[in-house]
Design a binder for this molecule. Structure first.
Ligand code: NAD
Length: 469
């Protein structure tokens, strides 16, 4: 059983089965963990065409983009984990202070138990299965909740999971709010949630009932600073790629660009050229340009164009939920940057999560730093400059989940680096060794031999002389 016909009995029973398997100890041996990671790899590689057609159906994601941003990312994570798992899983020596000598300490990693993974629709494969790699590597069992807003991918996961995990170490529960609410009423040992801040709060509240730790991968407005006049076209191409991949529906997509007023015309022209290079004169006809996930998101994004100056793109078609790669320009108002948590226009205030890129003017990099620090800490911050001083300025005077210089998005593919937010953009991190650490408990095991019995010194009666160290 993968889908749950009856929420109130089916979901508790599914979670209880997964817990039963964990409690049996079957998922602890290292050989089994390796086998499950290989099963996950086979689930991806043996059904390539099915994954590609599901992602095309849900998001008009081309095969190339599906490989690059979804399947390939998970395969890389599996490969990296298989290469390092034995070392990560080895107990390591722990330090013992001299007052406790003679004694020996080890740090023994152990799995947490049953982990719930709740995923969004925008990278419905990667954001569900990438956390699963670490969950399985650490010896846990898992319940997966794919997004109901990517229904073809969700159905495929529900169909394949029982085939590749016949022992039930991984279960998929499909559904939307009612199913997720019922899932969250169950006890888990860790929850990984990827999605928006409002639902993140719901998840954390539900987790608190069971004192379940959470990893929250949230979103927000990821800023860009751009002053690279010398390498304008190359930098603009990277910026356009990072922004308009998956039609801008990427948690770490550049949300807005800050630059000085004198640079705006050249930057807008360079972005226009880059968009045409990447997706042709008519991106609607491009195989590699995505669509908006549903009508609600489409209407929200199109409404963001009301009352702003569209410099590039802007054309749209609701019948196929197409919105062109769009650049809008936003001059400073009254000497102050127009962007911020109190901005009048939603495009300057809310996470855009679509193919609309505001180019906002500020007086200087220092003023851009003030803008970044004026509201929630973003998930990513991108700096396109040839000045080392400017790079350091952003690194040292702002806080964000990550900083990338001269590129966007690519840190997601850096398996060895922790991926996660800070403040409102999330808590906790995963990927590679950080995933394994997140889903393990590092248990100190201390052995103090009975002889020689030095502990007597710490036991009463405490005479004056013994208390004088
Ligand atoms: P969402 O928060 O609406 O939904 C995410 C998941 O939560 C889905 O599986 C959904 O079924 C479930 N859910 C929705 N409403 C719920 C409720 N009331 N109770 C319980 N569960 C509920 O997010 P989304 O629209 O799917 O994705 C967009 C958001 O996700 C953006 O804010 C984006 O920045 C963020 N995001 C973050 C990352 C990251 O890695 N940090 C990656 C992708 C997306």
């Amino acid at each position: 059983m993968t889908t749950t016909p009856d929420i109130s009995s089916g979901i508790p029973a599914a979670v209880s089965d997964v817990r039963g398997l964990f409690d049996s100890g079957a998922t602890r041996p290292l050989a089994g963990r390796v086998a499950r990671l290989k099963a996950l790899r086979a689930m991806l590689t043996e059904n390539q065409a099915d994954w590609e057609s599901a992602l095309w159906a849900d998001l008009h994601k081309s095969a190339g983009e599906a490989q690059l941003t979804e399947i390939g990312v998970v395969l890389a994570e599996i490969g990296h984990t298989l290469r390092h798992l034995r070392r990560w899983a080895r107990p390591r020596r722990g330090p013992v202070p001299a007052v406790l000598w003679p004694a020996r300490a080890r740090l023994v990693p152990e799995p947490l138990g049953v982990v719930l993974v709740i995923a969004p629709w925008n990278y419905p494969v990667q954001l569900l299965l990438n956390p699963l790699v670490g969950v399985l590597a650490a010896g846990n069992t898992a319940v997966l909740k794919p997004s109901e807003l990517a229904p073809a991918t969700s159905a495929l996961i529900a169909r394949l999971v029982p085939r590749y995990f016949p022992d039930g170490a991984v279960r998929a529960v499909e559904g939307g709010v009612p199913e997720t609410t019922e899932l969250l009423a169950q006890r888990f040992d860790h929850i990984v949630f990827t999605g928006g801040g409002p639902v993140g709060r719901i998840v954390m509240r539900a987790a608190a009932e069971h004192l379940t730790p959470v990893t929250l991968e949230l979103g927000g407005k990821s800023p860009v600073w751009f002053d690279d006049d010398a390498r304008l076209h190359q930098a603009a191409r990277r910026l356009a790629w990072a922004k308009f991949t998956n039609a801008g529906q990427t948690c770490v997509a550049p949300d807005y660009v800050m630059t000085t007023p004198d640079r705006v015309p050249a930057l807008v022209a360079a972005l226009e050229t880059a968009i045409a290079d990447l997706w042709g004169a008519d991106p609607r006809a491009a195989r590699d340009y995505g669509r908006i996930v549903n009508d609600r998101q489409f209407d929200r994004l199109v409404s963001l164009l009301d009352g702003v100056d569209v410099a590039v793109g802007g054309d749209h078609d609701r019948t196929e939920r197409y919105l062109a790669p769009t650049v809008v320009t936003v001059p400073a108002a009254g000497g102050r940057p127009a962007i911020g948590p109190d901005a009048a226009h939603a495009v300057l205030r809310e996470e855009i999560f679509g193919p609309v890129l505001p180019v906002v003017t500020v007086e200087s990099a220092e003023q851009a730093v003030e803008v970044v620090n004026g509201w929630d800490k973003p998930l990513a911050l991108y700096v396109f400059t040839s000045s080392t001083r400017t790079r350091r300025l952003f690194e040292q005077q702002t806080s964000s989940g990550a900083v990338v210089h001269d590129a966007g998005l690519i840190h997601v593919a850096a398996t060895g680096l922790p991926f996660g937010g800070v403040g409102a953009s999330g808590m906790g991190a995963y990927h590679g060794a950080h995933s394994w650490r997140t889903f393990s408990h590092l248990k100190p095991v201390l052995h103090k031999p009975l002889a020689p019995d030095t502990l007597r010194l710490a036991q009463p009666p405490f005479t004056e002389r013994r208390l004088r160290f």
